[in-house]
Design a protein around this ligand. Structure first.
Ligand code: PRP
Length: 198
């Protein structure tokens, strides 16, 4: 779904940081409900296991899970990349595994954002080896311009341009995850950050 830029708003963050709201909360909630219905329509009879990728996916997972009628279970997995810049080298490792087996189950991996795709490529490789009945991917945000790995998500909330986004689970230095919408983080140089009238 294409998105339009919205209002400019001061951030809750540090001096020199502002957030331009890109996708307001109501729009996100509406879209998540559509994705939830679509997932249930694709698997009308199946118990579903949603696998959230910590930490960014927690808000998306929470709304998505509650929007899907019928039997839904949750599990969580966490990965670490050796810094964003090295992700393209495939340096992703598991830091928290799932609590239970996924063999024979219908699994939806839930991510906040699909960027280079290196994280998802790694996750799909290890989860596929565990022989789920179905393995699908739901992402709230997709940045197709950034893709390096050849992966895609079956369920995409919004395709967004290549800008640094925060909110609804996405962070900058662990802050902004609790913003209700998704916004573009605008960083200003330190010499301009504390001028009167800001
Ligand atoms: C983010 C996001 C994905 C990954 C996507 O995680 O949650 O897991 O990056 O990037 P990629 O497509 O380039 O691999 P991050 O490492 O920022 O951790 P977080 O979820 O704890 O914020």
């Amino acid at each position: 779904m294409a998105i339009k830029k919205k209002t400019i708003r001061s951030s809750q963050g540090m001096p020199g940081e502002k957030v331009r709201i890109l996708i307001p909360r109501q729009r996100i909630h509406r879209r998540i409900q559509e994705l939830a219905k679509q997932i249930r329509a694709d698997f009308p009879e199946e118990p579903l296991l949603l696998v959230g990728v910590l930490k960014g996916a927690v808000f998306f997972l929470s709304d998505l899970a509650r929007g899907i009628p019928g039997e839904v279970s949750l599990d969580f997995i966490a990965v670490s990349s050796y810094g964003k810049d090295t992700r393209s080298s495939g340096q992703v490792r598991l830091t928290k595994d799932l609590d239970a087996s996924i063999e024979g189950r219908t699994v939806i991996v839930v991510e906040d954002i699909l960027d280079t795709g290196m994280t998802l490529q790694y996750l799909l490789r290890i989860l596929e080896q565990r022989k789920p009945k179905h393995l699908r991917v739901a992402v709230l945000l997709d940045k197709p311009e950034r893709r390096i790995a050849s992966v895609h998500a079956e369920y995409v909330g919004f395709s967004i341009p290549n800008e640094f986004v925060v909110g609804f689970g996405l962070d900058y230095a662990e802050r902004y995850r609790n913003l209700q919408g998704v916004g573009v983080l605008i960083l200003r140089p330190p010499d301009k950050a504390n001028k009167p009238g800001d």
